[in-house]
Every structure is written in C-alpha cells, then in structure tokens.
Design a binder for this molecule. Structure first.
Ligand code: FAD
Length: 444
C-alpha cells in the first residue's frame, strides 16, 4: 500500500510486458475461437435474422457471413451509431473524451448482410417471424437474439436519465454524454467534498465491475486532489457482498477497507429526491434516507420489452422475473425453440454480461448455429467466461476473469488477477478497444 492510499503496481517492466503481450497475441493465433480461413463454407439458402446490431449482433453477422455460403442474413436495429461501452468508465473517470467511443455502425456491417434500420416490436417464434416498429414482417429460418438490455432508471422513484449531471447525480451507464456529465459531477464533488454514495441494484447488470470502478476512481481523484479527508464514501451493496465471485469480493472488501470506503450491505436504492439531494434505500430494517453530495446511480436492468413480452422469455425460474431470454447456458440455443439462439446481455444465464463474454460466446453461437443448419447437434459450449479490467485507480487495474462456477481463469499466467498493476490498465486503455473491434469484425 502506497502513502497515497492506493496500491502500487508490481514490478513487470514495460519491455517485458510488450514481449509477453506479443507472445499472448501469437498464442491467440492458434486459439479455437478464430475462424479457420481454410474451413469450407456451409452451403445453405437459410434465412437468418439477427435482432440487434450491438457487440453480439455485429460479431454474429461477421462470423455467419463468412461461415455460410448462400444464406440470406438480415440484421435489424435502428441504431446508427455504435457505442464502445467499456470506454464509458474511462470517460466518467476523466481519461477519455466522449467521441472516442462512437463509430458509425455501418463501419462494422459486413458486406452481403441486409440491415433493416428499425427496431423489432414483436417476436413471434411460433410463426418464425419478427415484426418491426415500422410494421414490416421479417420471416426467418433461424434467429439470433442480440438485443442487449435496457436501463430502467424509472424503477427508482424520482430518478430519470435527464437528471444525470444535475443535482449531484452521476451514472456511467446511460451513454457517452452521460458519462461525461458524470465526470463533471464527480469533479464538483472532489472540489466540494461531502458524502458520495455508490452501489448497484439486484438482478443481472452489464459489467458488474463498473459500479466498483466508479467508486474507486472517485476515491483516486479525491486523493490526487489532496481532498480525500473532506469526503466520505459509501458503497450500497444489494446483498451481503461487494462482488459475486468470492476471491474478488474478498480482495475488493480489503481494498475498500484500506481506502476508507464503507460498505453498507443489503441496501437497494429505491428513491431519489434530487432537489433535496436525498437517496432512500430499502434495507432489512426498513427505509434509510441519506443526504448525498454525489450519488452514482446504477439503474436496474432488464431485457427489452419485445423479448420480455414474447414466448422467448423464461417462463419460470430465476430468470423469469424480468423475462430474460431462455437459452441453454452452455450451447446458447433456445431451450424451447431450437432454431433460435441468443448472444450477449439479453441471455438469461448466470453470468456473462460483458463484451468479453460476447467474444467467448460468438464462436459458440456461430459454430452451433452452423451445426444446426447442417442438421447436426450443437457441440460448442460456453463456460460462462466473463471478464473486466477492474480499474482501481487511473493507471492501475486488476484483470478479473471467471467462469460460471466463480473460478478465476486468468488468461495471462504472468498476471496476478487480484493484484492491481499497470499492465491490465494498459490493456483497458490501449488494447481492449482494438480487440473489441476485431470481435465485431469476426476476426477474433
Ligand atoms: C459503463 C459500462 C462499462 C462496461 N465495461 C466493460 C468492460 O470493461 N469489459 C467488458 O467486456 N464489457 C464491459 N461492458 C459491457 C459491454 O459493453 C456489454 O456487455 C456488451 O456491449 C453487450 O453486447 P450486446 O450485443 O449484448 O448488447 P449491446 O452492445 O448493448 O447491443 C444491443 C443492441 O441491440 C439493439 N436493440 C435493442 N432492442 C432492440 C430491438 N427491439 N430491436 C432491434 N434491436 C434492438 C440496440 O440498439 C443495440 O444496438 C460495459 C458496459 C457499460 C455500460
């Protein structure tokens, strides 16, 4: 622990890192997720519809257009601008400008894929068709659902997206401009001090590390400004842990302790009064209302309504409460509609709501879909791989990677996943974006 209160990196020199990163990249050349260019395309006249053109949808369009010969592939999404969402944390942490995360979706759209610029209003898996909000019916033989998830700010009484950047409210999740507004709000808090409140809601959320990153980055900026003593930081955890993977939880708890960040367990944000700057939490002892100076809101998240309202949603079990997509957690194939697959945040599976999960899922979904087209059983399996460079300060991060069972599965043997250092930070800041773009282009 350094005098400034945050951890120093360990002694891996930049030269050694670049050498090892090079080795790692070469290792990836033989990795099973790469598309073998020598592999024969599968000839088919199947109609494949991909719902959503985010990270998962674009990765699937790229892969399938290479693997299939003669298929009619259609992707449906009204969104014209792609957001590189992992960069939002860097914007809200004052490291990146918002324009670094936006790219026209057309830049990722593979040739030969039809793009319908509309949203799907209705999924009709019994009729093998989707209906867009423009009234167009699109029929398919195979469907890949990649709609991501929605941010339900309205589920918190008094809260709405437009409040981000006002009344001491920040939220890194809503978009690049909201992340920038969050940075401005954080800076005002660093200047003025007081009580900063962070936390996360129950249920599946994308990048569960992001709420922790925002807490640690605020602590970092307060220390850098020499104002840590003028602020109190509280983290409202929805249950009895700060993170759902035991060794990571232990490490973060220890880190919070050493930095003086107070966890408050079983606290769920239920209401905000922006004018009075109060936040009310549902706790086992009843409502608790706190006066805040900076409130970082992480909204509850759920699948888009057309998924929830369709027969594709889980009908029972833990993922049915919000209507997540009912896929088999290993094959990514729908459990009741065998011509339907899911990828990304929309899936009702125990883990896997990160772009890194999309990278791991894409070859599984594409490989299994091709096998099903060939009338064979799906054999590719996803192990729950989820990862996130858990930023602990500007210039430092831990590369946390785990599977369904909560086992840590580090990709880089030279990196301690629970030790903050500059190496994962360099990955987050410099290497993740090119790797992400390569996933969307189906290259890795
Ligand atoms: C603040 C933040 C930090 C993050 N940090 C990391 C990180 O460090 N590492 C990491 O790996 N991941 C991170 N992520 C998570 C990562 O960005 C997501 O998990 C990933 O983008 C999921 O891909 P997706 O395709 O499922 O969803 P998205 O990429 O969100 O795409 C969904 C698409 O579906 C479209 N859509 C929605 N409804 C419909 C409809 N009805 N019809 C048609 N189209 C529809 C949307 O317009 C959108 O284009 C972070 C995310 C956030 C917000």
């Amino acid at each position: 622990m350094a005098d400034n209160g945050y951890e120093t990196g360990r002694g891996l020199s930049r030269r050694r890192f670049l050498k090892l990163a090079g080795v790692a990249a070469m290792g990836a050349a033989g990795a099973p997720w790469l598309i073998d260019p020598a592999r024969a395309q599968v000839r088919t006249s199947a109609r494949v519809v991909i719902a959503g053109a985010g990270a998962g949808g674009l990765a699937m369009a790229s892969r399938l257009s290479r693997l299939l010969d003669g298929a009619r592939i259609t992707i449906v999404d009204s969104r014209e601008i792609h957001w590189y969402q992992p960069g939002f944390t860097l914007i809200a942490g004052g490291v990146w400008a918002p324009d670094r995360v936006t790219t026209p979706n057309s830049a990722f759209m593979p040739g030969g894929v039809e793009w319908i610029k509309a949203d799907i209003a209705e999924f009709d898996p019994d009729g093998n068709r989707v209906v867009t909000d423009q009234g167009q019916t699109v029929r398919y033989d195979y469907l890949v659902v990649a709609t991501g998830l929605e941010l339900d700010y309205g589920d918190i009484e008094g809260m709405e997206r437009s409040l981000i950047g006002q009344h001491g409210i920040g939220s890194v999740y809503a978009g690049p401009q909201h992340a920038a507004a969050t940075w401005a709000t954080m800076q005002a808090f660093v200047e003025g001090g007081g009580l900063g409140i962070f936390g996360r809601p129950p249920g599946g959320i994308k990048c569960a590390g992001a709420p922790l990153k925002m807490t640690l980055l605020t602590d970092y900026h307060l220390r850098e400004a020499g104002r840590r003593g003028r602020a109190e930081l509280i983290y409202a955890a929805h249950n009895d842990a700060l993170f759902g993977v035991a060794p990571v939880n232990e490490r973060v708890t220890e880190m919070f302790g050493s930095r003086g960040i107070e966890p408050q367990y079983s606290h769920v944000l239920k209401a905000v009064d922006p004018g009075r700057r109060t936040a009310t939490f549902d706790t086992p002892d009843g409502d608790a209302t706190l006066d805040y100076d900076f409130l970082h809101v992480v909204p509850p998240m759920s699948p888009p309504d057309p998924v929830t309202n369709s027969a594709l949603a889980w009908q029972e079990g833990p993922f049915s409460d919000k209507g997540w997509l009912e896929v088999d957690q290993y094959t990514m194939r729908h459990r009741r509609y065998p011509n339907v697959f899911g990828i990304g945040d929309v899936n009702g599976i125990p883990k896997g709501k990160t772009a890194a999960s999309v990278k791991a899922q894409a070859p599984v979904v594409a490989g299994n879909l091709v096998r099903v087209i060939e009338d064979r059983e799906p054999t590719h399996r996803y192990n729950g791989y989820t990862s996130c460079p858990l930023v602990t300060a500007v210039g430092q991060a831990m590369l946390v990677e785990f599977d369904y069972e909560g086992n840590l599965i580090p990709s880089f043997p030279f990196l301690d996943p629970l030790e903050p250092s500059w190496v994962p930070w360099m990955m987050e800041e410099l290497m993740l974006r090119p790797a992400y773009d390569a996933v969307l282009r189906g290259r890795i």
